[in-house]
Design a protein around this ligand. Sequence first.
Ligand code: SIN
Ligand code: MN
Length: 269
Amino acid sequence: MQAQDDLLQSAKAEYNESGWFRLPSRFEEVGIKKLRESVESISRQKRPEVVHETDGKTVRALHGCHLFDETCARLVRLPMLVGLAEALIGEPVYVYQFKVNLKQPHEGAAWPWHQDFAFWKNEDGMTAPSAVNIALFLDDTHEANGPLQVLPGSHRLGLIESDSDEQRERSGDWRNHVASDLEYTVPQAEVDALTRKTPKQLAVGPAGTIYAFHPSIVHSSSDNRSADRRALLLITYNAVSNAPASSPRPEFLVSRDTSRVTPVEDDVL
Ligand code: SIN
Ligand code: MN
């Protein structure tokens, strides 16, 4: 499939240069509908994988759904996603992390500027950023409902010293890795300096839009100031060769099954 190979090659070139890119095609509508149904049903369940905003009742995120929800389990095995991850990383991959970050209308809170690899290295012992985040929009995402925003090219800087390196005691509590008060953040002065060189870019688009972004890219998102929910599904694939030996964090944040993902036959959910 020459066209597919060409697409993956140009995706890889853009990913290496900018640390992120948007896929030209969108995820099919029926699949998005199924995933939304899973989100509704899981959100109603009382389980540790369901994380709330500081009010204790607004659902902020759902973690590790690929471990217990059939639709999410199939999603991570779709050939288009596994193929994309393996092309970008250049090695066989497994699912390291799965989450749906929900920003409820008017309630969903921001994510401060950070690099994911800071968490994975410091908390889980991941040695290299040989992983990739695949972001799938379950809702239309626009400037006002708290889209992901990135500093293009910042992944090439490696890990930037975090605010917590100097100012805070490490809590070791995974709740500080999923709340709006994140444990590892990039200092605002650093973000300002980077933004002067390369302006931030927003990940916006209709439901079904897919982006890939690098573990070291500096990113954040703002509060949801609108009446529209913003559900962002994130799958992190990691190279099998880069699996951490062990992590103190729960399995719904760091998958223990590090065997290569076996793709299903077709790209239908
Ligand atoms: C968000 O859901 O806006 C933040 C996602 C992330 O930090 O990976
Ligand atoms: Mn992140």
